[in-house]
Design a protein. Sequence first.
Length: 628
Amino acid sequence: MILDVENEMKRIINIVKNDQSANGSWVYPFETGIKTDAWMIILLRSLEINDEALIQSLVRRIVSKQEENGAWKLFDDEKNGNLTATVDAYYALLYSGYHQKNDKEMLAAKRQILALGGIENVHLFTKIMLALTGQYKWPRYFPLPPEIILFPLSFPINYFDISVFGRANLTPILIVGNKRFSLKTTRSPNLQDLFQSRENEHQDDNFWNESAEWRSLSTYMQQAIKSMLNFPANIRATAIKQAEKYMIDRLEPDGTFSNYFSSTFLMIFALLSLDYSKSHPVIQKALTGLKSMTTLINGQVHMQYTTATVWNTNLLSYALQEAGVSFEDTTIQKANHYLLSRQHYRYGDWAIHNPNSLPGGWGFSDLNTMHPDIDDTTASLRAIHRAVKHNTSYRHAWDRGINWLLTMQNNDGGWPAFEKNVNKKLLTYLPIEGGEYIFLDPSTADLTGRTLEFFGNFTNLTSNHSSIKNGVKWLKQNQEKDGSWYGRWGICYIYGTWAAVTGMISVGVSPNDPSIIQALNWLKSIQNSDGGWGESCNSDIYRTYIPLNASTITQTAWAVDTLISASEKTTSEIDAGIQFLLTASKKEDWTKHYPKGQGLAGEFYMHYHSYDYIFSLLALSHYHKKYK
């Protein structure tokens, strides 16, 4: 087996080395379904930009993803298809002009839309997109006053209590929603026949998912606005102006708003509602920035939600070094030089809740310069750690990164993704689907576990350090009853359990600790007969472990790496997992493309084309080091 492991490691290393870009990075695709493809077509047609080559290529990809029943899915085992994805696709194909309502595939899609509940039951973000483009009536009122952006930080609820990724999307929505802005063109299709109820005058009855708690909170905010005696009479206009400034101040070098497709899409419509012309330089640069994020997947053009270049690069650099590639190797030198150039020197919104730290983190995407995250920071530090003692530039980067990480720990002991202590449960009452995922940035098992793993394996922090003790305490308090942990940014319980267990063991928690034993027993109990592991994206939706009924390379690598970390001797479960990794790499089936990441439950899933290489290489390397 050891010889087979070595050969598989060499195979992956050769592939990865050959795939490296000239600047040292890896630009493997960040694939997120067809939503961004569809919305890009809708955006281009709305702006009356006839980029037919791009539109036709996106149309081809969307059509190729349609299921036999006429629907589109977010993931392979999603029953019957996904209503929102199907509406996104149907609308884009119609608006493109290259498909008509009476086409066979369009008739099948319409049948599925009506069977799944009609257009009135799509996800809120698609409702907003439909309202922006004249296909859905804006409701009579917008539930969140734009004046919230003016609330001082001392208020019980203020704008910076909302997560940074929530603010990125909410800011343009505050503008267009309160203006009830809509833009149609001569090419706009008519989607009224997709309403199951056919009673369009009642559309706004189910636009917002309001609760009694939200109505009470909304009343409080309205009273707070009226009490602002020092604000000008035209406070609404002041708030709208501040929202515009918030977006413009956070444009990245490529012109996109926070380097996200959705926030940039929404920003363009918000600027149009503020009387920017379609040809305004800010809008044109934003559009060019979006176009630059296209990628090729199996010969088809895909509009990425963002790039994953820094994330790909830091993980691959580290994985290669774990597999025995020297930090002096040209591949590693180029990769780490790229990473050094992407460390942040600008203050971002994270400094609102953490004002006493210098910048020092890394972001996820290639041109992200102001919203770093914990995961990319620990991953980048892992990648450069061997160079620190040989180069002062890396030493300075290391010190700044460590300092930023330590200061970003939440008061509850865990680590968030982007911002410190952004976890006010009141915000979950906002009448927006997925509010828990969009508006909060709480401590999570995956971020906390991976941060502990970094500190335990790559720094001199001991188990007695307060940050370590508090992180371990948070993980133990947030373990599921079955022994697993929920991972916020991966699928899902296997991911969280891998991060938590490897993190705790790296900082000195004994493999015989009851929490570790329970976690390992849970992992062993869900191993498949082929030796692998596989978890469904449905776990994310139902917040309980749901098996995929198939094994995947990445999830098997997470699971077997967890077992390796806690076992001094190899076991039958470990050997079976390693054997699966050796054989599965030679097969090509749907499990290779199954999403391994999540952004928004039931709405947004991510397939990282680098993951099978990264995590298989790490698991094989750790197996080889420990048991050879």
